[in-house]
Design a binder for this molecule. Structure first.
Ligand SMILES: Cc1cc2nc3c(=O)[nH]c(=O)nc-3n(C[C@H](O)[C@H](O)[C@H](O)COP(=O)(O)OP(=O)(O)OC[C@H]3O[C@@H](n4cnc5c(N)ncnc54)[C@H](O)[C@@H]3O)c2cc1C
Length: 452
């Protein structure tokens, strides 16, 4: 039997949940298909539980700074409260009933199972077939990408999906991948007592960030005893009770656990996007500025390749919902896309890096300052390493990008995100009053360094 509905949403990640609720709330008949947990990766295996880990880790890091500032403190890390909090508060023991009920209260219908586009305007879930009068929204998200390294497949490696529910801190951990996910886990487990090595094939950690940011974070991790091996890929993995990896160049490292954090992937073939003329071999589903991917098909979230963040997915959900409802809504503008790696110090960015701005043919001017040279940085003392780097379009006199590495860098970047988003002239930013002595006041020094 075929069910006629207005919209079928495949995948209930943060964006799918948002778009489905908006459309159902507006009175459309909406079927939302979810094969795992309503809410997607973010609340159960990613943003929320990892930031609970980071919160605990930050407390440990600060406690260890007490001797330099405030006397004595004995730190005895215990993973149990972290694991309990993730189980009880973040994920309700990986149960999505609350989220499912929340969606159903909007009037939508949740269908559990794997959804597949079986024909234009048609989605099949097991033996159920849905015809979507207005459209199909794809929010399949991503799965961890596992690189084709000899010996890795079949070994009991971790991805974020095993690391998050873990009730134990491994004695030693090899982290494959020096991107945001790898670095957050590396610092978390190291501060809880694990002996950690980060292995990154590119020449530097956070290869997509400003080189100055990589330098600061590498120094911070090294200072905490984390091994950092860059510039050599892993050629071979062996598991024999413990992991042994061999790097290009011959070095071998061992660890009780191996965490793979080398990017994400989506199986577009399984999603059946070929039925609507999309390339099933592609890594992403390209969309226009209204999230349209094909006739009657919208795509949102990680799969669009416009920044694998929850805020991207929810931003795109709002735009897609307005388009489906026929409202003359906003169109997507990614110029001021923010990103935060929640290490200590936090590495935050918005817009373009210097290299990206140059590649875009912009007449680039940069300005930077060190956090430890600011009054607040000097007061802060231990743990004050950081930078602010601004990237300006000299012709237009506006910022097109910024990076902040600092304590609370993810908060400081907010001010710069406003500047990039609203294209506030640099000359006007220079006339702002920055509260004394805040970390964000260092923006004033970076602006001065931009020159004229
Ligand atoms: C360790 C880690 C930490 C992160 N931390 C942050 C952070 O701090 N901040 C941030 O903004 N982002 C963070 N991210 C990224 C963030 O988790 C994702 O960008 C976010 O979840 C948005 O993804 P999405 O909406 O595309 O879908 P997802 O959250 O991936 O959800 C997609 C859903 O679709 C379902 N699905 C897929 N295919 C089908 C199908 N055929 N039928 C039915 N259901 C299907 C899946 O089961 C899943 O539930 C982190 C990621 C990781 C891995």
């Amino acid at each position: 039997m075929v069910d006629e509905v207005d919209v079928v949403v495949i995948g209930m990640g943060p964006g799918g949940e948002d778009v489905a609720a908006r459309l159902a709330g507006a009175g459309l008949s909406v079927v939302a298909v979810e094969s795992r947990l309503v809410g997607g990766e973010c609340p159960y295996f990613a943003c929320v539980p990892t930031k609970m880990m980071v919160r605990a880790t930050d407390a440990l890091g600060e406690a260890r700074r007490v001797p330099e500032l405030a006397g004595r403190a004995e730190v005895h890390p215990d993973w149990t409260p972290v694991a309990d909090r993730i189980r009880d508060e973040a994920t309700t023991d990986w149960d999505d009933e609350i989220a499912a009920r929340r969606f159903e209260r909007t009037g939508g219908r949740l269908v559990r199972g794997v959804g597949r586009i079986s024909a234009p305007g048609e989605v099949t879930v097991g033996d159920q077939v849905f015809r979507a009068r207005r459209g199909i929204v794809l929010n399949p998200g991503t799965d961890p990408a596992v690189p084709p390294i000899d010996g890795l497949a079949g070994s009991p490696f971790w991805t974020n999906r095993e690391a998050v529910p873990s009730r134990e801190v491994p004695e030693s951990l090899l982290v494959l991948g020096g991107g945001p996910v790898g670095l957050e886990f590396a610092q978390v487990f190291a501060r809880f007592g694990s002996s950690v090595a980060v292995l990154e094939a590119q020449p530097r950690l956070l290869p997509n960030s400003e080189p100055e940011a990589s330098e600061v974070i590498t120094a911070a991790l090294l200072a905490e005893g984390i091994q950092v091996r860059t510039g050599n890929g892993v050629e071979h993995v062996k598991h024999d009770g413990q992991f042994e990896v061999q790097l290009a160049g011959g070095d071998r490292l061992t660890g009780q656990r191996l965490l793979v954090a080398t990017g994400r992937r989506t199986d577009l073939r399984a999603l059946g996007v070929g039925a609507v003329g999309l390339d099933e071999q592609s890594r992403t589903i390209p969309v226009d500025e209204r999230m349209r991917a094909a006739e009657g098909v919208w795509a949102i979230g990680d799969v669009t390749g416009r920044g694998a963040f929850t805020h991207t997915s929810m931003y795109q959900a709002r735009i897609a919902a307005a388009d489906i409802l026929g409202q003359d809504g906003e169109t997507a503008d990614y110029r001021a896309m923010p990103a935060v790696t929640f290490t200590d110090p936090e590495v935050a960015s918005v817009g373009l890096t210097e290299a990206q701005a140059e590649d875009a043919g912009i007449s680039v001017r940069t300005g930077s300052t060190r956090i430890q040279d600011s009054t607040r940085g000097w007061i802060h003392k231990v743990g004050n390493a950081g930078i602010i780097k601004l990237v300006a379009d000299a012709e237009r006199d506006v910022l097109v990008g910024a990076t902040v590495v600092a304590p609370a860098g993810g908060e400081i970047i907010g001010a710069l995100a406003v500047a990039v988003h609203a294209e506030v002239p640099v000359s006007r930013l220079r006339r702002m009053i920055f509260a004394y002595p805040t970390f964000h006041r260092a923006i004033e020094s970076a602006l001065a360094d931009l020159g004229t």
